[in-house]
Design a protein. Sequence first.
Length: 289
Amino acid sequence: MAESASVAKWQTVVQWAALSLYALGRVLQPYPETFSILLIVLLQVVSPAVFALVHGSILYRVRGMIAFTVCCLGVGAISESLSLRTGFPFGHYYFTDLMGPKVFDLPILLVLAYLGIGYCAWVLSLLILGYRDKPLTAKRVFALPLLASFIMVLWDLSMDPIWGTLDRAWIWRDGGPFFGVPISNFLGWYLTAFLFYLAFALYCRANPGGPVPSSRCYWRSAILCYGVCALGNLFIFRAGLFPRTAIDASGRQWLTMDILIACTPISVFAMVPMALLAWFRLNVQSKSG
């Protein structure tokens, strides 16, 4: 068996503390009248980002995690900024003040949101494909981004109508068929995610990492982070949290309950199975390793 990377105690503590704060943010989401909406957004964005930085620095070392961060946030920021001005690749939209400070009309926290879930989707793909301790050959360099992008887009499918049409954190100028969200948004998400995953995969191929952690607890923490993201939608079924109906920018009216009922099955029957599959594959790989 290959040598395993060591995990310092402080790294384990920070990972689980960040994961706990992220779970807290999901639990607090239905109570914006009691807790600051900015605090809720911070917990849901900064906590998984911190988790990713610490978890990734163990797997790829600090230099590798810096490369992932640059690829992820760089491509994400470019795509968002380009779409705000041209409509490509996501569609025409603008951000309200819900997500806090902006730079060139782009909320800082929005770009940071790519990092946490983007990293977890990458780790799930490593486990599902069995690549966690294998070099990225030419075939794997493309297979890994293809799957990771799909896993990340599932997240956007489950949350965009809620944050856009109901919370109005951003406004789709022309509405869209998926409860006020245009289909171009999801195609744009897949393209954006694929590009930054591909860039990082090429980096990993050119810079093979050292020993990988063998601890199942280490890998399971990333699976749980994605799972917390998925199951968080179950907490928003609270009477009075949203108006009975929501109207998108095109003037089309949507029933709130229809939006929630549509987004929750995506979380439960698409995101959760990805997490469970990664968990199962980890157990199989650990036993055969």
